[in-house]
Design a protein around this ligand. Sequence first.
Ligand code: MGD
Ligand code: MGD
Ligand code: SF4
Ligand code: MO
Length: 724
Amino acid sequence: MTQIAQTFCRLCAAYCPIEVELANGRPVKVMGDRSAPLYGGYTCVKGRALPKIHLNPSRLRYSVKRDASGEHRPIATARAIDEIADKISDIIARHGPRSVALYLGNPTLMYPGTAAVGVAFMTAIGSPMLFSSQSIDQPGLVVSQALHGSWHAGRIAAADADAFLIAGGNPVISKQYLSQNPARKLKDRVNDGVKLIVIDPRRTETARRAHVHLQVKPGEDAVVLAGLVRLLIENGKIDESFVAENVVGLADLARALRPFTPEAVAARASIDAEQLREAAAILGNARRAYIGGGTGISMSGHGNLSFYLLLCLQSIRGFWPRAGDDVAGPSVLMPPVERKAQPVGPTPANFGETLRVRGLRQSNAGMPTGGLPEEILTPGEGQVRALICLGNPLACWPDSELALRAMGSLELLITPNVEISATSKLAHYVIATRHVLETPATTQFIEGAKMIHYGYGWDAPYAQYTPALLEPPAGSDLVEDWQIFYRIAKRMNVPLAFCSGTGLSMSKDGAAQRDIDMDVEPTTEQLFDIICANSAVPLAEVRSHLSGKIYEEAQREIAPRNPDCEDRLDVANPDMLDQLASIADDLGAAPCSNDFPFMLIPRRADDVVNSTFRYVPGMHKTAYNPAFLHPDDMSAIHVEGGQLIEISSRYGSVIGVAEADRDLRRGVLSMTHGFGARPGDPDDPRSSGTNINRLLRLDRDFDRITGMPRMSAVPVAIKAIGVA
Ligand SMILES: Nc1nc2c(c(=O)[nH]1)N[C@H]1C(S)=C(S)[C@@H](COP(=O)(O)OP(=O)(O)OC[C@H]3O[C@@H](n4cnc5c(=O)[nH]c(N)nc54)[C@H](O)[C@@H]3O)O[C@H]1N2
Ligand SMILES: Nc1nc2c(c(=O)[nH]1)N[C@H]1C(S)=C(S)[C@@H](COP(=O)(O)OP(=O)(O)OC[C@H]3O[C@@H](n4cnc5c(=O)[nH]c(N)nc54)[C@H](O)[C@@H]3O)O[C@H]1N2
Ligand code: SF4
Ligand SMILES: [Mo]
């Protein structure tokens, strides 16, 4: 029997509404749901591969435990969870709660309950060691808001902007910014007259639509952005009344930017000064611009400063929404919030828990994941001995050798997963979990994520709910990720309570609000009722429309500022101006190393999300991540497409498979991360790909506030090692 079911894909944060064709309970085909608004029926190769992902023969159908010889043996999931709970209790009894850490990586975004119950678990056991991918992603995006202050009313909606600036991001592939069908959205908006500026060393799918593409030398974004802001000031393109009411520090900023003349910037960043002027003219004439920075500007050094300069640009131009405008991204499944047209002044970026390594400390981007491997490996009081890991450090964390040592030294490593990843290979327990089509879901998690990274989620009051479409495969023994935390807590006898920020209103003292019943386990649907309590639109209403819907009743207007608001946006943070001064001191030609003449930069690929989906057969053009180089560079070093090359940084060496890419600027090696062999598997770059994280180091050239290591603009040498 064939049946069509509506749901949404959660393989990436775009959450595209889809229809799944089911034949006798098996998924056969995925199509975009054209009846849903905003997406125009869009799907990508990953979403369309959902049936393959589900029926993947190497999918984990039961949990496994590592035995004394290091082999994984099947174990009943309930028994594994009991054993884990007993081990965690024992570790806490011996070493205190700080010895237990949790890492929330990308699978967190697929299931609305995971983060809520995971965080509740860490709070209940009293451990501050809660890490996430945010601090190895774009931590500068939130750190800059702490240093500059933020706009209470949120951001300009893409639909209201007449110019876009995307720096170090590629929305067409990543869906970060313009998330709903970004390729179409860009095309339509550019046809409507929107002027697009892209800053990227690669002529990306996004840059192809740009009016001005600044094909910058990697790592020089702060210089380019400083040059842009300087030109705006010089050209008098200041929103004077906005600045007078809301901004402090403009004179100091202008002084700090003086050295960044178009010519100096052009020489340093190896771009054309005229193009920089053109970009400044577009931004200077724009009424409202939609501005976003991605991983490119975050990972190449000066990430905080680059994001900070983007904020300064918005503030001096007054590119913030005003009273009476519609809120971009109003709450639907989160509690309603009144948004006001006023600044929220700067706050300290660092606070809370301190690591025992390199003076790293918690920041508003979370605990520094860049310090976690050393924290695990450094003996002494407070050492982390147990890690519940929703992610794949061995493939994704910079400095894979260190990640390998750290993961291998843990007393207890638990990886909930749908497959045996590189990291799962080392785990004491791999808990087999249900997959996307087997779990109910809502869009609430992404709505919350938008509050942290405005590049995700919807500008309109959009929401969707889906029931589980499928039963797990017959004979499998699977749980949902959130149930792991709940059941461990239950066995440990620690009651869980939800904290603020998970859709519950806060108690008067801002502390946990609602206890979870520890006697009778809630169903996932009941869990949603709890985390969507007090939502702007009742969950029952969202449940009653299975296609995605815009809930007009949740649209809110931005309220006027409080008459007594004295907060200001600070465009002259001393730390940021110091960084500008030290760049200015050395503004001649960028340093160039003869030993490492190329620069490694990251890129996202359409058919994987970080390390995910690599083991799904029939889904990929190549099983590996090509080492993309400009064809002229390939000729210069006598390398042909398909040939193996040795790529060496100061810290390590890997083998890659060369491939020509005319869209790159010369001198750049562009590669996707998340690849490489699993420990013990044959290491063949053509079948398992290349782990570029072996070229990176966590403890050199890292950001003091977040521990963010350098992951782009990494100097490398390349040498041919054989003909294919
Ligand atoms: N060199 C370099 N390194 C990078 C980056 C880069 O650009 N360059 N990017 C960084 C960024 S931005 C990020 S966010 C991190 C990501 O780093 P992580 O979050 O650690 O990595 P992912 O590959 O997203 O983790 C996915 C894991 O989840 C598993 N998984 C897939 N589906 C499910 C599921 O349904 N349930 C469960 N429980 N598990 C599932 C996958 O098998 C995989 O093992 O990587 C960072 N690392
Ligand atoms: N298909 C797919 N989608 C994804 C992911 C995925 O793995 N696959 N990952 C998800 C995750 S975890 C994240 S964080 C987001 C990231 O989303 P984005 O930040 O949009 O990621 P990318 O698509 O890699 O775009 C980064 C761009 O930065 C450029 N770049 C590199 N170095 C520099 C530099 O020094 N300066 C400048 N200006 N540009 C530079 C690269 O050429 C690249 O085009 O994507 C998410 N979406
Ligand atoms: S862009 Fe692709 S992977 Fe992401 S939600 Fe849409 S269909 Fe799924
Ligand atoms: Mo990310």
